[in-house]
Ligand binder design. Structure first.
Ligand SMILES: [Zn+2]
Ligand SMILES: [Zn+2]
Length: 327
């Protein structure tokens, strides 16, 4: 097999030939057909997340077909199409696992961070954490759903049932969640970098009621806002944009420092929350609904060995929607 391997934090991924891995008990081997590129991959490469399992193959929005099934695997078979998300394993016995909050597991493994991911031609997965995908939709269009879609879905749930939803940062996650929110009958207010009129018109083309710069106030107060961008300065701006009792949800795994702000912005029962990882139930719920929501993912395709270019383009915001690697 071949993989793009991170051998040292802060360096480019290296195209590397590796021995074909064998699935152990409870594991499957998947031939990767598409793998999305996520902001979290950049955090791993940049060393912004603690204790990555170096050397590591990044990538946690994997679509592929099972080509080997280990012992003790139930319900999955060879040639079946599956998706492999960020949550790669949980312990099953910690207090968080026992209270159905496995996204907060004390001893988890994360795909592309603490276990090898999908910037590769093959990957081993814990069979219990692979989602059967069925045959609707292309591999490339489904890949961004596995993290951008899923984390966005969890964030939208935590944002509550309000009708007016702000999305700060209009990248891969927001471009999917705007469509989900519309499908649910909500209005989307999209915030981009000030002056990024291209992303603003992209947001409008996906049904946003309003789009503007993050330094602007929306035309009406929001019920909730989700911050997908990694910029801590957005937190007080989003708090300012939500109504009394409104929620601000930070969806990213990493964010720059939040500047101090007047208590007035939080007062009147506004809530500030973060979202961490996903549970398998999030995946089941979202992936069951996704085909009915007619989500159109805008994907820019790169060959697998161009992963460094995809990461650089993501960093610079050079494409709309999501980047997807294809072996
Ligand atoms: Zn656990
Ligand atoms: Zn991700």
């Amino acid at each position: 097999m071949h993989a793009m391997v991170l051998k040292k934090i802060g360096t480019a991924l290296e195209w590397t030939k590796l021995a074909d891995p064998k699935p152990g008990p409870g594991e499957i081997r998947v031939k990767v057909s598409a793998c999305g590129v996520c902001r979290t991959d950049l955090h791993v490469v940049d060393g912004e997340l603690p204790n990555p399992e170096i050397p590591i193959v990044p990538g946690h929005e994997i679509v592929g077909r099972i080509d080997l099934v280990g012992s003790d695997v139930e319900g999955l078979k060879t040639a079946q199409r599956v998706g492999i998300p960020w949550l790669g394993h949980t312990c099953g016995v910690c207090p968080y696992c026992l209270e159905h909050r496995e996204n907060l597991c004390d001893r988890p493994l994360f795909t592309g961070y603490t276990r090898n991911g999908g910037f590769a031609t093959m990957v081993i997965a814990d069979a219990r954490f692979a989602f059967p995908l069925g045959e609707t939709g292309s591999d490339v269009s489904l890949a961004p759903l596995l993290c951008a879609g899923l984390i966005g879905w969890r964030s939208l749930g935590i944002a509550g049932k309000g009708k007016k939803i702000g999305l700060y940062g209009f990248g891969a996650a927001a471009h999917i969640i705007a469509q989900v929110a519309n499908w649910q009958g909500r209005s989307v207010f999209a915030f981009t970098r000030p002056g990024d009129v291209a992303k603003q018109s992209f947001a409008r083309s996906l049904g946003a009621t309003w789009a503007g710069g993050s330094d602007e106030m929306p035309p009406e107060r929001l019920d909730a806002a989700i911050i997908f961008a990694t910029v801590g300065e957005l937190v007080p701006l989003a708090l300012k944009a939500v109504r009394k009792g409104g929620r601000v949800v930070c969806a990213g795994i990493h964010m720059g420092d939040i500047p101090s702000f007047p208590y007035q912005l939080l007062w009147q029962e506004r809530q500030l929350l973060s979202v961490a990882n996903l549970t398998r139930q999030d995946g089941i719920d979202f992936l069951q609904l996704a085909p009915r929501m007619n989500i159109v993912t805008k994907a820019t395709i790169y060959p697998l060995n161009q992963a460094n270019q995809a990461l650089a383009d993501l960093r610079a915001g050079r494409f709309e929607g999501a980047a997807v690697l294809v072996p």
